[in-house]
Write a protein that binds this ligand. Structure first.
Ligand code: AMP
Ligand code: MG
Length: 339
């Protein structure tokens, strides 16, 4: 029988349900975003996220199966996000996935959310060959990882405080922009002068591959406070200056990771990888330094079930098995194999 894997993603504020078929690729991919639910609070409220996943997960699975005329007995396994993420939200997806898998008599597979993001790049027409460096930049993570072969990852560096996406979100909030802030900052930055305010490029003077974005965020906050009133031009210039500093920092660390390891391929995944200025910035460096950049398809950059279904397929093929215990991890280093 052709294998079809159901993917369930509930680690944060998106309920993602998808089906990966080993012959046809992604055959269904539905994402229900809770953004509107959290927008008025300026960030994700974990308890509200869990409750909404409870409302949405099962009906969305049912819809995806019906819309695609797929019967339960055609599903070979259910992959779900087991971490890292909001623990309540993760528990919803894990409980639903494991209960269905038990009822349908098929295996369930707990997937690392960041591995999902990373492997989504393999779903493009021109996928990267191993080994490569992965830059994972999302609302909760900023990591540089050396990927040597399937499921063999080495963490090279990560953020010591705020994640890159979190910094975009917090700066956006300071400027009175809507959540999530990344796309809003990007839009505003296009109209701004990135040279008017100078912001630090944290941790770039010392050697090493770790990041820190909290000082950069505070530097923006200080400028905001020093201005009597934020006029539209000020907001545009602040957004442009902040974005330039954040993207320069990311670029310097990527170049360094490639230099240290001698690798020539860079995979960029996670929500912040949707930022076009980041892509242009890195593409210019790639031309100069002769390395190649790979991205997941744009619609798979932010959280979705397709990347979880695909990672589940890979894990199933490599023999991952698990018992009935429902275990999720709010924190879970990618280099650590076990759930
Ligand atoms: P994820 O955690 O992978 O779901 O991605 C969500 C994060 O990506 C949020 O922090 C967003 O602000 C950020 N993000 C999304 N689009 C962009 C963008 N165009 N530029 C910068 N950050 C972005
Ligand atoms: Mg998200």
């Amino acid at each position: 029988m052709v294998m079809k894997i159901l993917g369930v993603e509930t680690s944060c504020d998106e309920t993602g349900i998808a089906i990966y078929c080993e012959e046809e690729g992604i055959i269904a991919n539905r994402v229900y975003s809770q953004i509107r639910l959290h927008q008025k609070y300026g960030g994700v409220i974990p308890e509200l996220a869990s409750r909404d996943h409870i409302r949405k997960t099962l009906p969305l699975i049912q819809e995806v199966l019906e819309e695609n005329a797929i019967k339960r007995n055609e599903i070979s396994a259910i992959a779900y996000t087991a971490g890292p993420g909001l623990v309540g939200a993760l528990l919803v997806g894990a409980s639903v996935a494991k209960s269905l898998a038990l009822a349908w008599g098929i295996p369930s597979l707990g997937i690392h959310h960041m591995e999902g993001h990373l492997l989504a790049t393999l779903l493009t027409k021109d996928p990267p060959a191993y080994p490569f460096i992965a830059l994972l930049i999302s609302g909760g993570h900023t990591q540089l990882i050396a990927c040597y072969r399937n499921h063999r990852y080495q963490l090279l560096g990560e953020s010591q405080d705020d994640a890159a996406g979190e910094a975009f979100d917090k700066v956006a909030k300071m400027l009175g922009l809507a959540y999530p802030g990344g796309p809003e900052i990007e839009k505003l930055a296009k109209k701004g002068d990135s040279e008017r305010f100078y912001f630090p490029r944290p941790m770039t003077r010392k050697p090493g591959l770790d990041f820190s974005f909290s000082g950069l965020k505070t530097a923006v906050m200080n400028e905001v406070k020093s201005l009597e009133k934020i006029r539209p031009q000020d907001a545009e210039d602040l957004a442009a200056g902040f974005q330039k500093a954040a993207l320069d920092t990311i670029k310097i660390k990527c170049e360094r990771a490639l230099d240290y390891t001698g690798l020539k391929r860079l995979v960029i995944a996670g929500g912040v990888s949707a930022n076009m200025a980041l892509r242009e910035n890195l593409e210019r460096t790639a031309l100069e330094k002769e390395f190649k950049i790979y991205y997941p398809p744009l619609d798979l950059c932010t959280d979705n079930g397709a990347m979880i279904a695909f990672a589940g397929y890979q894990r199933l093929k490599s023999g991952q098995k698990e018992d009935l215990t429902i275990k999720v991890k709010a924190r879970w280093p990618l280099a650590d194999e076990s759930i």
